[in-house]
Design a binder for this molecule. Structure first.
Ligand code: HDE
Length: 675
């Protein structure tokens, strides 16, 4: 796969295999293990330029991590529009279905540091850079369609509250602590997003299986200058799926790189993650027809009222070559737009338009970060900006100002017809005031809409999440304030977790909102077995032909079986069939698989039985599909799991495989009784 961005990056790639070691000045180095000393046992000499250069570079290797979204992982890909969007926007990359626009996507958690674990309870960043022929367009979104606050001026407060507490720097990458919940109780506009972060959405199974949202209302503007309000969505082709909380916490210990490994491996395997781009549009004249303000970022547009039109598809098909050069140095900015895409007056968006350049100045060390290979547009750029740290471009010529006569008044602005960006001419009038519109003051209706839209298991997960988070809060006053606050969303919810954390359950309150939006539930999301990981518990003496047949069926359907046993090496089955062991009980864990296929062998040891049973119990407790044959069936019986929903057994390999695959497609079996 090659595209304009890839070709551009190629000139910066360096392969040093087989090369001689040099200094940064290109001087060949004759010795790299011993510093230059005055005598074999003497002091190191200042003269040792090689030592000084090597050590100085090392000393300066680190840059500040992002203040938020520090932990991230990225990939390259392409975007294609399904049909011309000319009617709605003049954006060049949305006109021609035969054009593939290179993209770079960085996914992230929000609160944790750069080295933190990945399956924490948090929103996920979903930032896409489209390298279009009209310049870079950045869609810097999250996997949750609303935000905690309504005005950017509160962002530092929100982030200070959720980050580790300053006196002891605890807890890492977690909202389950006093300051976050104190913020929530005292800034009640957070109610709606908190419902999302307490839901399964905040613990995605995979970055490949989560939605993305632009959050703010933007504008599409067409060639005639007609504008419409627009919200952006990414819909994962594999559907939206989550982990369960106990599993997510255990994964953080067993594999803190779980999400990046999953994304990296999928791309290496050719299972390219795909997301469809969707838009919701509202005519300008309908701005005031809704029971929420379109400018309020704590509100979503229910899909049943304003349908999502799927307009294109993004495929991620290449891993980065170097995480620092690409993933770490990429600089996103919601203000990087192209003609045909414009802003709204959402006060959160307006503040972001300032923050993103500002943060790159400290993070990337100066104003020339746009010249870093990953950030360069694929189209040429010309202006009168000059100098600054790390300038690469060698601007020729005498003139670095506009207007001028010496360079025929170039570089000169382009008219709209020539592709010049013209801001949408929205009429604005008002007094300068620090205030918030009354239309932003309903903090609870959509929080209730979200609650009403959940299936029963999803509701239970939300109550459990609140119980966990508030259970970690030490201040009883904060606990009580949060309970009282969420009584405005749902009495069932507030009473549910009040009881769990031992504070006074609310007696009054509740909401009279009865509306729901089925699209918000993950219950009916797309279900497919593709790319699901199946841990296969196997030992010597397994039924060779039967296991081979089941494994073939799984692979044919795009699943990924991986053999687990008590030691690495090869296992011998009947019929002279061998299977290579990929993991041992020690090197992997039940929580790292979507499903377990338990077979065993002939004479497994007691230890083997114990380890295999533990894997099955854990998978069962996490509602995962389980397939068991031979000794596996005995483990089922011993653990009272037989005949439970999503548990498949049987000796006919074809029948077994097809029932098992169907169970895996379901993702989780919530109707299972887990005690
Ligand atoms: Fe960000 N945000 N943000 N944010 N944000 C940053 O920029 C900020 C907000 C989002 O993978 C920072 O380069 C303010 C909403 C993503 O590199 C910083 C406000 C949404 C990423 C910043 C918000 C986002 C960031 C930190 C409130 C979803 C990671 C490092 C007004 C629509 C991008 C950086 C990447 C990163 C500021 C709120 C998404 C400090 C002031 C809402 C995905 O500039």
């Amino acid at each position: 796969m090659s595209n304009r961005k890839d070709e551009q990056l190629e000139q910066y790639r360096v392969d040093d295999e087989g090369k001689k070691l040099t200094t940064n000045q290109g001087l060949k180095v004759s010795e790299d293990e011993f510093s230059l000393k005055a005598g074999e046992r003497g002091p190191t000499l200042l003269e040792d330029f090689h030592f000084r250069e090597k050590m100085t570079h090392f000393d300066h290797e680190r840059i500040p991590e992002r203040i938020v979204h520090a932990r991230g992982f990225a990939a390259h890909g392409e975007f294609e529009v399904y049909e011309s969007m000319k009617e709605y926007t003049r954006a060049g990359f949305l006109q021609d279905p035969s054009v593939k626009t290179p993209v770079f996507v960085r996914f992230s958690t929000v609160a944790g540091s750069r080295g933190s674990a990945e399956t924490v309870r948090d929103a996920r960043g979903f930032a896409t850079k489209f390298y279009t022929e009209e310049g870079n367009y950045d869609l810097v979104g999250n996997n949750i369609p609303v935000f905690f606050i309504q005005d950017a001026i509160k962002f530092p407060d929100l982030v200070h509250a959720v980050k580790p507490e300053p006196h002891n720097e605890i807890p890492q990458a977690a909202s389950a602590h006093d300051t976050f919940w104190d913020f929530v109780a005292n800034n009640q506009e957070a109610a709606h997003m908190v419902m999302w972060t307490m839901s399964d959405r905040a613990i995605p199974r995979s970055l490949r299986m989560m939605e993305g949202f632009g959050v703010h209302t933007f504008r599409f503007v067409n060639e005639e200058g007609k504008a419409r309000f627009v919200k952006f969505h990414w819909k994962p082709v594999l559907g939206t799926h989550s982990l369960v909380w106990d599993e997510a916490q255990k994964i953080n210990g067993k594999d803190p790189d779980f999400h990046r490994r999953d994304l990296y491996d999928s791309i290496e395997n050719g299972d390219y993650p795909e997301y469809e781009l969707g838009v919701q549009m509202i005519e300008e004249e309908d701005e005031f027809k809704f029971d929420f303000d379109l400018l309020d970022p704590t509100k979503l547009w229910p899909e049943e009222e304003i349908p999502v039109k799927l307009i294109g598809k993004m495929t991620l098909n290449r891993n980065v070559d170097n995480v620092f050069a690409e993933t770490e140095q990429v600089a996103f900015h919601p203000g990087s737009v192209v003609p045909g895409i414009d802003f709204s007056n959402d006060p959160l968006l307006q503040g972001r338009l300032f923050s993103y350049t500002d943060t790159q100045l400290i993070r990337l060390g100066g104003p020339n970060f746009h010249e870093l290979p990953i950030n360069r547009p694929v189209c040429p750029f010309f202006n009168n900006q000059r100098d600054g740290y790390g300038r690469h471009t060698i601007n020729r010529g005498q003139v670095a100002y506009h207007k001028n006569s010496l360079a025929a008044n170039t570089p000169s602005p382009a008219s709209a017809e020539e592709g010049g960006y013209v801001h949408y001419q929205e009429r604005v009038e008002g007094y300068k005031i620090r205030a918030r519109s009354d239309s932003f003051k309903d903090h609870f209706s959509q929080a209730t809409l979200f609650w009403n839209s959940m299936s029963q298991p999803e509701k239970e997960h939300i109550i459990e999440a609140f119980s966990f988070e508030l259970g970690k809060v030490k201040s009883e006053s904060v606990q009580q304030q949060v309970v009282d606050m969420f009584a405005n969303v749902s009495l069932e919810l507030a009473q549910g977790f009040a009881e769990a954390i031992g504070v006074t359950p609310p007696e009054q309150g509740g909401s009279n909102v009865t509306k729901s939006s089925p699209a918000l539930s993950q219950e009916k999301t797309k279900k497919s077995p593709e790319t699901r990981k199946v841990g296969v518990i196997l030992d010597d003496g397994f039924n060779g032909p039967e296991v081979s047949s089941v494994l073939d069926s799984l692979k044919t359907k795009g699943l990924q079986p991986e053999i687990i046993s008590s030691k690495l090496g090869k296992l011998k089955g009947t019929g002279g069939i061998e299977q290579k062991v990929e993991h041992t009980f020690l090197t992997c864990d039940s929580v790292l698989f979507d499903s377990i296929y338990a077979v065993g062998g002939e004479n497994a040891s007691k230890r083997f039985h114990r380890d295999a049973s533990a894997f099955l119990q854990e998978a069962f407790m996490h509602f995962k599909p389980i397939g068991a044959t031979h000794e596996g069936e005995k483990w089922l019986e011993a653990n009272e799991m037989k005949n439970s929903p999503g548990v498949v057994s049987g000796q006919n390999p074809e029948k077994f495989a097809s029932a098992f695959i169907e169970a895996i497609s379901e993702h989780r079996h919530w109707d299972r009784e887990v005690v």
